[in-house]
Design a binder for this molecule. Sequence first.
Ligand SMILES: Cc1cc2nc3c(=O)[nH]c(=O)nc-3n(C[C@H](O)[C@H](O)[C@H](O)COP(=O)(O)OP(=O)(O)OC[C@H]3O[C@@H](n4cnc5c(N)ncnc54)[C@H](O)[C@@H]3O)c2cc1C
Length: 346
Amino acid sequence: MLGFDRHAPPHALGSSHGRSRIIRQAYFEHPDYVPLVQRALLLWNELQHAAGRPLLAPGGALMLGSPDSSLIAGAADSARRHGLEHEWLEQPELARRFPQLCPEPGMVGLWEPTAAALVPEACVGAQLEMARAAGAELHLNEPILEWSPTAQGISVTTAQGVYRAEQLVLAAGSHLPDLLPDVDHGLWIERQVQYWFEPLGHSAPPIHLWELADGTFLYGFPDYGDGLKLALHHGGEVTNPDAVRRSHDAQELARLRGLAERFLPGLTGRLLATEVCLYTNTSDGHFWIDRHPDHAAVLIASACSGHGFKFASALGESIAAWIATGRQSPELSLFAHRSTTGLATR
Ligand SMILES: Cc1cc2nc3c(=O)[nH]c(=O)nc-3n(C[C@H](O)[C@H](O)[C@H](O)COP(=O)(O)OP(=O)(O)OC[C@H]3O[C@@H](n4cnc5c(N)ncnc54)[C@H](O)[C@@H]3O)c2cc1C
């Protein structure tokens, strides 16, 4: 097996950096993701064991919003359908359990005790280590320039040479559109800033994810040693992966500070760091993992719409099985090219 990357992962130029990613099972986006995230969690734990170093930080997560928000209603629906451990917290119980947070009147909380944070750089590093140990040949800092079908399979051209293979998996994140010049893909790339603040106060928040009345999604992590991380989910500027603004501006920071002061009053001090990261979005926010519409030897595995990291272990397993056996596992059929998917309706 041959693998190519335009950089040397883990790196901070794509979508898999920033020292923390939430893995949660009460999946508000759609209940059909739940079996896949459960498999992913098991595989992350196995990888952690094999790597012999921490990849996951347990601790649970609190989701906050109005009972009919997509976050709370969706998470509760997934939790009930799949019998997941969770607690529905009304105010004032919410205030008693999480006094450091300041929900608005009418907001409720859904506590998922098994949610955790993954360390993306450590996870990617461990996956590459395991791939090498299993015999994969990794060509780093070697971008694929183009690919084309041949009588036997696929030919791939990089700056260093031309390679031939029976099958090709394209998982190029925000650069996927460059490798699909003839496909009407509808993908768009969104810039997101991750912020770390000096932690103040005595009581650190758990992982928290809010859907505010105006539809804004705010989320954050406890201090894992580099400050309290806060960011917004969606609502970022549309960008081009070759021309991303890599620093934040004063207006963006002021907005984040305003939200922090409103919902986590007194917890955030000086700004310690920021990192810009990219979402590769489909039009409906679900993944796109399917054979290329015109070339069956090419599998498209990307476009995770800002919520894919947690699944990487399970998606890797299912995609590997698909190319090895020719059989698509049922959970991947959820992410087929949109005309056939059932995910759009709950
Ligand atoms: C700020 C932020 C917060 C997020 N939070 C969460 C979260 O809490 N939980 C969660 O589950 N998900 C989260 N996500 C989403 C998740 O991180 C992404 O869905 C996931 O990391 C995408 O991985 P990817 O492999 O598709 O892209 P990438 O990680 O960008 O990997 C693509 C790789 O392809 C390489 N490449 C590109 N072009 C070429 C080429 N031509 N030839 C060879 N290699 C190429 C790139 O160098 C890169 O290494 C978040 C994303 C962001 C940005």
